[in-house]
Ligand binder design. Sequence first.
Ligand SMILES: Cc1ncc(COP(=O)(O)O)c(C=O)c1O
Length: 391
Amino acid sequence: MDEYATFVTHLECSATGARFAPDKLHGLSDAGKPLLVRYDLEGIRRAVSRETFATRGGGFWKYREFLPVRKNADVVSLGEVMTPLIELPALARRAGAARLIVKDEGRLPTGSFKARGLALAVAMAKTFGVRRMAMPTNGNAGAALAAYATRAGIETHVFCPADTPEINVREIALAGGQVTLVDGLINDCGRRVAEGRERMGWFDVSTLKEPYRIEGKKTMGYELAEQLDWRLPDAIFYPTGGGTGLIGMWKAFDELQAAGLIGDGRPRMVAVQAAGCAPIVRAWQLGADHAEPWQDAHTIAAGIRVPGAIGDFLILRALRESGGFAIAVDDAEINDGLVEVARTEGLLLCPEGAATYAAWRAALADGRIGAHENVLLFNCASGLKYPLPPA
Ligand SMILES: Cc1ncc(COP(=O)(O)O)c(C=O)c1O
């Protein structure tokens, strides 16, 4: 089968609800806000059942009815896998808690969950004949973009903060990306992409500035639902930078329900940030709908050093709708968490993943999470991509 049905009906502005045509290249909506892909969920309901997915391989590509790619030839693959759920029984027991699980995204190509979003963005860029893509990145997204785009024959221009971990910079360059180090943070890198866009003919694949990365990231929601026998956990702790995965999973759960695969139970979504860069946490505490940019952002968890997110209102909305919250942990807690999980359970987390563990501990201590709650943490990248603490 060269082509399969997509159930995409249209794209929708996440702020105004305005509709846009599918099957063409899109950036932001005309209101300057992220676009969301909408599907004929009734049609998907008729086409699939839980059993449909049980027999398929191919990692996240197996949820293709919920994805926008039409032609098999446009699928770009580096051997995606369904990432494992790993129980942390000793730590759960020690804390007197019900169940603690890590979804370990470090097993994906390029060693992080960024593979999901960028595989989709590159597949769609290939569909629409894009020749050059550009993005600002804290490292992992750039590595995934370079890998998938090179494989698809697309040129990439990647802008990283000058202090991005060396391994990420080399990884991007080795995979064929043209890397520019910028004296500043990811938002400064984003400005460089915006400046070059017209002049250089780049397609801007910045977080949520094109509609398809989120479609890839949302597959985390389908996958964890299927792995948990279509019963969602009580709470999901997600290390939040641009928030694509959190917004994406929230969207995925609605789609799964409309397609008849899950009921109306939802996890509480918890956005985890670093104390040195916590714009969403501050906005949450203020009860605001939008987050003001964070000044002088710093943390060892490079992936969540995002001072301002274009999808801030969508993150905050998902937290509110789910009865969740936003929480910050400092670098010492992140480091201690990383060491504790490795020493106790033998599982190496990345700092961003360790932040979710530290946040769970803190939330359990202050009562925001109950001991009875089944909690799922996201380890979003391989711990081996980062400088390790001394043994
Ligand atoms: C390891 C890691 N964790 C978390 C994030 C944040 O992800 P999101 O943009 O979906 O909030 C990133 C993004 O760069 C990352 O690389």
